[in-house]
Design a protein around this ligand. Structure first.
Ligand code: MF3
Ligand code: CO
Ligand code: CO
Length: 326
């Protein structure tokens, strides 16, 4: 006899698996329980012709172009607008999440809120990414694709919103609680947000960008948590991802000097266990190698003459941040 669905009463770890494979339960289905599985992805949504589109919108191919690291005041003004919009939609999307809805429901919401404001949802068809937001649940590190997966009470979910408007992108993400969440997940989420702010506080003109990763890694280590290595912060502006690289752990080779007018993201992914990741067959969804939960926060930043401006913060910045002290 073999079975597809688990019984109401599960076996003891060392007993045979309920599925009839003949293997011990702990070596068969137990590791998969409560884990995120790929769902069904609905057809790609469309954007009205009246909305300005990035070069990849129709083809999914991202042209290999470069942009200046130091932005003109005019581009910065445009970025402020795109970043404000992304921040506003991220907040609305976080409030919208309820147990029982699907990650596709969140995509529909973000897509509609974005086009309502005359902007293009940057993820849509970026390197053929099929949806308008990234929804990353529990052990999904980043780039989770919205699908038929139901979000449940006790889950944590990262929503990553990017808006393209007036020719520039604004990129921000946050991790939200679905209903009542366990204490360990609450602490993980808190530490991930603190790590982001530690990284942001390390943005100082004239300093190497490795200061950012050093600050993040130090704080994660204090809490015995892992810093995911495969995904990094990036330059942003007219391109979604441009050539500035922001590692979230310390590496002396990440030594670009931060200069006023540079714009980039800080977006650490912090895990309860390993820093190592695995990739799903969809080539987008990254999960922790050990299946433990992970949380992330992201802001788009501008290096100023004296420090940093958080373009996606809409004034709601950390009370401990340097620009808010005395
Ligand atoms: N917003 C993500 C970031 O922070 C990138 C998403 S790319 C996508 O860099 F194609 F998955 F949307
Ligand atoms: Co993002
Ligand atoms: Co980003």
């Amino acid at each position: 006899m073999s079975s597809q669905t688990p019984p109401a009463v599960l076996p003891v770890a060392s007993d045979p698996c309920w599925c009839g494979s003949g293997r011990k339960y702990k070596r068969c289905h137990k590791p998969l329980e409560g884990k995120v599985l790929p769902g069904v992805v609905s057809p790609m949504r469309t954007v009205p012709d009246s909305i300005g589109k990035p070069p990849y919108a129709d083809t999914g191919e991202v042209p290999r172009t470069e942009e200046a690291r130091v932005k003109s005041p005019e581009i910065i003004e445009r970025m402020r607008y795109a970043c404000d919009m992304a921040a506003e939609i991220l907040k609305l999307a976080g409030d919208f999440v309820k147990p029982g809805m699907t990650t596709n429901d969140i995509d529909v919401f973000v897509h509609d809120e974005t086009i309502k404001r005359g902007a293009y949802p940057s993820p849509l068809n970026y390197h053929h990414y099929p949806k308008s937001v990234c929804t990353s649940l529990n052990e999904v590190i980043c780039h989770g694709i919205p699908d038929s997966t139901v979000v449940n009470d006790g889950d944590i979910i990262n929503l990553d919103v990017t808006c393209y408007v007036n020719g520039v992108h604004g990129d921000t993400n946050a991790t939200f609680f679905v209903g009542e969440v366990d204490e360990e997940s609450k602490l993980l989420t808190l530490v991930a947000e603190e790590c982001m702010w530690k990284g942001i506080e390390a943005v100082v003109p004239g300093r190497p960008i490795s200061d950012v990763g050093k600050a993040i890694e130090t704080h994660a280590k204090l809490h015995r948590m892992g810093v995911i290595r495969a995904f990094i912060g990036h330059g942003i502006g007219e391109l979604f991802h441009s050539d500035i690289q922001v590692l979230h752990y310390y590496d002396s080779r990440n030594n670009m000097i931060m200069r006023p007018g540079m714009t980039f993201t800080v977006e650490p992914m912090i895990s309860l266990g390993t820093w190592q990741h695995k990739m799903w067959d969809d080539d987008w969804t990254a999960v922790t190698a050990d299946g433990k939960r992970t949380a992330q926060f992201e802001h788009t930043l501008l290096v100023t003459e004296t420090g940093v401006e958080v373009l996606t913060a809409k004034g709601a910045v950390s009370p401990s941040a340097p620009w808010n002290r005395g």
